[in-house]
Design a protein around this ligand. Structure first.
Ligand code: GLC
Length: 661
């Protein structure tokens, strides 16, 4: 049983806690706090705090009982009994407690874990066990390009299962699978035709169950990508909605007439080019889609839509998935009045992606989104130990990310994606400034996260310069305070694969030349064998021309490869509480092309020094580190481990290091 419990000040509260323990509920949610929550305290921890008033009252009850046992007369026994009863039972009769206990008994499922804790001053917390998604590392798999076992040139679930040994060796804690649901693949799975199935291209539900089982056996969690904003235009719901204007499902989607001039309902633009409205000939109205015409947006102002989507989530939760990555979760609500979007003042024609000509004020940012996200969170958190990861806008400034954590007692996403490291130029002082402000802004009841790449962005190695910089980036990602996300292939240093326009498959790249995401979605390079060991036939996207050298098999054998670096960094992070749960503090150094920070927990202290420049650097970090010497335990070059002088710390060009203090 996993319980986070606080025994608080007053006897009725203590009884309440005890009752919940006895009836086996796994969690107890407290609603007030009188103390500051330690920043690294995780829900899911086993905490026992005895408050002084509780001790006094329980002591009183014990004395009463003692009085009963040692009573010489009936009168003394009765007095003892009364004292014991009054002291211990009085509070349990409070209506609130009865309500809570009944609620637990009847509802059976409760909030995942206690988020908040109340404790009495001066008393100690015991035993620590943080949530897996706080201490763990998430590895994103793009299933189409991961591993093909049935020889059709497209990856599949059996392929993922066949590579679990590799993932276990790599040391990651969870896999997040990009969509695997039935789909016409207009947006390669982000157009879902059935939220509760598996596309035959990827396998069957039985394959999925087998994968989850096999992953769990290895201690690897499985997180699904879930796309709530839109379905495929071939989803049964949409087929019904578009069948007639009076279809009961008509307003599960957003429909509008042409305006008075016979023009489109408003000026909203779709992300993948063109307008956000498509005319439906059968019923003579336009339907709205923020992405492709094949991806009509759902109408979350309709309760049935929410309930149907929530049921789909429960379908997977009941099957044992460990959580969801929610696609564009911040964009589910549209302005019911369909007002025009205002022009984007920063937009430059010819320079910028034409989809950004207007600010998406009304087409995706209508009020109410935070309440809706909380409802999603509630559905998932009715199951123990699951995670919610929200894809929100790409913000270069942390401020707008923070509201998606929700309030102290009204949680939204566990991990609202932080794309700051993707948007910030590869420059030590800019990265430091971003990390400093983000780390400080994440609320104590929230948890940070960092992402360097995904299926929508250019490859890490191409974006930051090359493999040398990608190694420094890997050390950054795996030593910061926050859950790291690794995109499949980045761990072997895969780079963008240039794809001639006529071979582009991504609809965004077809509609808006120059913006294809295919470059980052090419097949994983497993070995130097034909088709890089990914498939027995020509894969659906071209392979990188360097796969004979840049591949898993070769890099596993090479102790200084970037893959070996990931392996070492992951192992080191996992075994070092200072890196998983410790505090973060950056240090001022004399060179602004270096980024140096401390991670610390209890007595464990680590210094991370990253040289972003192409020249050697010598730094004096002794004062900041509070030590004159340390031991270099991991260099991104993987060629040295040695004592170091912190007043003259030598970093080679593009070298990062972890120093034990
Ligand atoms: C998200 C996904 C992207 C997809 C889009 C529409 O941004 O990451 O791949 O195309 O949503 O679902």
């Amino acid at each position: 049983m996993r319980v986070l419990i606080a025994i608080y000040g007053w006897p009725h509260e203590g009884l309440h806690a005890l009752a919940l323990l006895l009836i086996g509920r796994r969690a107890l949610r407290l609603t007030q706090t009188h103390v500051d929550i330690p920043p690294d305290l995780s829900d899911g921890q086993y905490v026992f705090v005895a408050g002084l008033p509780a001790l006094v009252f329980w002591g009183g009850a014990a004395l009463g009982l003692l009085g009963v046992l040692r009573a010489a007369t009936v009168g003394q026994a009765i007095l003892g009994l009364v004292v014991a009863l009054v002291m211990s039972l009085g509070g349990v009769s409070t209506l609130g407690d009865i309500y809570l206990i009944l609620n637990r008994l009847l509802v059976k499922r409760g909030p995942d874990d206690v988020q908040y804790m109340q404790s009495a001053k001066g008393l100690k917390m015991a035993e620590h066990k943080a949530f897996w998604w706080k201490t763990g590392i998430v590895y994103q798999i793009y299933p189409r390009s991961f591993m093909d076992t049935n020889g059709d040139g497209v990856g599949d679930l059996a392929g993922v299962a066949s590579r679990l040994d590799y993932l276990e060796w790599l040391g990651i804690d969870a896999i997040w699978l990009s969509p695997i649901y039935p789909s016409p693949m207009a947006d390669f799975g982000y157009d879902v035709a059935d939220y509760t199935g598996i596309d035959p291209l990827f396998g069957t539900l039985a394959d999925f169950d087998a994968l989850v089982h096999a992953a769990h056996e290895r201690g690897i969690k499985v997180v699904l990508d879930f796309v709530p904003n839109h379905t495929s235009n071939e989803h049964q719901w949409f087929l019904e909605a578009r069948s007639a204007r009076n279809s009961p499902k008509r307003d599960w989607y957003l429909w509008a007439d042409a305006d008075a001039d016979g023009e489109l309902p408003n000026n909203w633009l779709a992300y993948f080019g063109g307008r956000a409205w498509t005319f439906d000939d059968t019923t003579g109205q336009y339907y709205m889609h923020n992405f492709l015409p094949e991806q009509p947006d759902l109408n979350y102002h309709r309760d049935e839509v929410k309930q149907a989507v929530f049921d789909s989530l429960r379908f997977w939760l009941d099957r044992g998935v460990d959580g969801f990555r929610f696609d564009v979760i911040d964009r589910l609500l549209k302005d019911p009045q369909l007002r025009d979007n205002p022009p984007n003042p920063n937009f430059v024609q010819g320079r910028d992606n034409p989809t950004n000509a207007y600010l998406r004020l009304h087409s995706e940012a209508a009020p109410g989104i935070h309440d809706l996200i909380r409802e999603f969170q509630g559905v998932v958190k009715a199951y123990a130990d699951r995670v919610t990861i929200g894809e929100i806008q790409y913000f270069a400034d942390p401020t707008p990310m923070i509201p998606f954590y929700g309030e102290r007692e009204e949680h939204e996403m566990d991990l609202p994606f932080n794309f700051g490291l993707i948007l910030t130029p590869w420059n030590a002082s800019a990265i430091r400034a971003f990390v400093d402000s983000y780390d400080a802004m994440v609320p104590p009841y929230g948890w940070p996260n960092y992402v360097l790449g995904n299926h929508d962005q250019h490859r890490l190695a191409s974006r930051v310069g090359g493999e040398a910089q990608a190694r420094v980036a890997a050390m950054l990602l795996l030593t910061l305070r926050g859950t790291p996300f690794v995109y499949n292939g980045d761990e072997i240093g895969m780079h963008n694969v240039e794809i001639p326009q006529h071979l582009v498959k991504d609809p965004q790249g077809i509609n808006i030349p120059g913006y294809t995401r295919d470059v980052t979605r090419t097949p994983l390079q497993w070995s130097a064998a034909p088709f890089a060991g990914f498939s027995s036939v020509e894969p659906w996207l071209p392979l990188a021309d360097d796969y004979a050298v840049v591949n898993v098999e070769a890099e596993r054998k090479n102790p200084t490869s970037i893959l070996s670096l990931y392996h070492r960094l992951i192992a080191y992070r996992r075994s070092t509480p200072a890196l998983t749960l410790g505090s973060y503090e950056s240090l001022d150094v004399e060179r602004d092309d270096c980024f140096v920070y401390l991670r610390e927990r209890d007595q464990q202290r680590r210094l991370i020094a990253l040289n972003f420049s192409a020249a050697d650097r010598r730094l004096n970090v002794a004062a900041g580190a509070g030590a004159s010497t340390g031991r270099l335990v991991l260099s991104t070059h993987l060629d040295r481990e040695e004592p170091v002088d912190l007043s003259a710390l030598n970093l080679r060009a593009n070298e990062g290091m972890i120093v034990e203090l």
